[in-house]
Design a protein around this ligand. Structure first.
Ligand code: 13P
Ligand code: 13P
Ligand code: MG
Ligand code: MG
Length: 367
């Protein structure tokens, strides 16, 4: 049976600063989803939040990029924006960058990751949702989880995986149209590393298994500052990963998150901090961060979802959270000095550039 898994998320306003959506907003999204289940638009769905972003996980049979599904998500975010405005919340409608919906949320602000699959007998998958980070946050953990036997022991132990995976990587600095490259591990291992080392520019969009040609993972690739031409909030990406049998086990996909890798995001989208794995529906606090990532596992069967297993809500990750806190505090000691603050061309606010221009006029040439 063909099933589509769509995750579309947006920041449409939050309590405090950029901390969490209100209960009324989440209830509104849930009510709309309940309606869509009744009309048959969706066969199942879940509404969650990560920091100030609401994520809609939608199961349906319409395929990816379907205008009805995208319109449903857009209209839901328009409704949650109305509630945010009525409650006087901060950043109401933050990620809705266009006035009128035009068939697909891509390029309009919300992040989306979608895959159409032929359901396996058992179809386990993980939904990752991040806040205070760009889509490059997935470069390290997706690459390590699929291509590195230090994490994906299945590359050595499971014969189906021995021929590796194919990565589609997008150059997100190219804004006129999508610019992508397709590379395979193990053959193109070092070429992939060469690109993924720059997670602000080269971003994993999709992973496909070489042996079967089956889609294994998709991630959202939108960069809000490319759409808006200025800083309007961080991208706060989502990703879907299928696991088990011909794919890495769930544990292999979660394993790289134990590094608590540094990423660009956090306060004003402009600082390097360590990614903290958190449970679903977690809030934002220290320094408008830290950058957080939730991971929810499901099985989907005949279009119906099980309850979620909230992977980072388990004692092992308490230690990793502590490690992430320590790593973040260490780099925060360095304040605004690079690389604690991000590089100039990634500065999300225009202040640094404007100051540099003003100062440049005062520089004198020494003969
Ligand atoms: P199964 O043999 O049950 O697929 O489990 C393997 C596994 O996931 C161990 O990590
Ligand atoms: P969000 O993108 O999550 O709204 O965060 C914006 C920000 O600048 C926090 O300091
Ligand atoms: Mg926000
Ligand atoms: Mg956010």
């Amino acid at each position: 049976m063909k099933t589509t898994i769509s995750v579309i998320k947006a920041d449409t306003g939050s309590i405090g600063g950029h901390n969490r959506p209100s209960d009324a907003m989440v209830t509104k999204a849930k009510d709309r989803v309940a309606e869509a289940l009744k009309t048959g638009l969706l066969s199942d769905a879940r509404v969650t939040f990560t920091g100030d972003d609401i994520a809609l996980l939608m199961i349906h049979g319409k395929g990816t990029d379907h205008p009805d599904i995208h319109k449903f998500a857009w209209d839901t975010f328009v409704e949650t924006t109305k509630i945010a405005k009525s409650q006087g919340l901060y950043g109401a409608g933050q990620d809705l960058l266009k006035d009128a919906f035009s068939g697909n949320v891509r390029g309009m602000g919300p992040g989306s990751a979608e895959m159409e699959i032929e359901e396996r007998t058992a179809e386990p998958f993980v939904v990752f949702a991040g806040d205070k980070c760009g889509p490059g946050v997935f470069n390290y953990p997706l690459f390590a989880g699929f291509a590195d036997p230090y994490h994906n022991a299945g590359l050595l132990l499971a014969p189906e995986m021995h021929t590796g995976f194919t990565f589609t990587i997008m150059d997100v600095n190219h804004t006129e149209h999508d610019k992508v490259i397709t590379l395979r591990v193990p053959e193109d291992y070092y070429d992939i590393c060469t690109l993924l080392r720059d997670p602000n520019r080269y971003i994993i969009e999709k992973v496909v298994e070489n042996a079967t040609g089956l889609i294994a993972s998709v991630a959202s690739t939108s960069r809000l500052h490319n759409i808006a031409g200025k800083y309007v909030g961080k991208d706060d990406p989502v990703a879907i990963v299928r696991t088990q049998k011909q794919f890495p086990s769930t544990g292999e996909i979660l394993s790289p998150w134990a590094l608590a890798h540094y990423t660009l995001g956090d306060n004003r989208g402009s600082h390097h901090v360590a990614v903290m794995p958190v449970k679903q529906n977690s809030i934002i606090s220290f320094f408008d961060g830290p950058t957080v990532m939730s991971a929810a596992g499901y099985c989907v069967h005949e279009g119906k979802l099980t309850e979620a297993v909230d992977y980072f809500d388990q004692p092992f990750w308490d230690y990793i959270r502590e490690k992430a806190t320590k790593k973040t505090l260490m780099i925060r000691e360095q304040g605004f000095f690079n690389p604690a603050m991000g590089p100039q061309d990634e500065m999300e606010y225009t202040g640094v550039m404007e100051n540099l221009k003003r100062l440049d006029a005062k520089f004198v040439a020494r003969k």
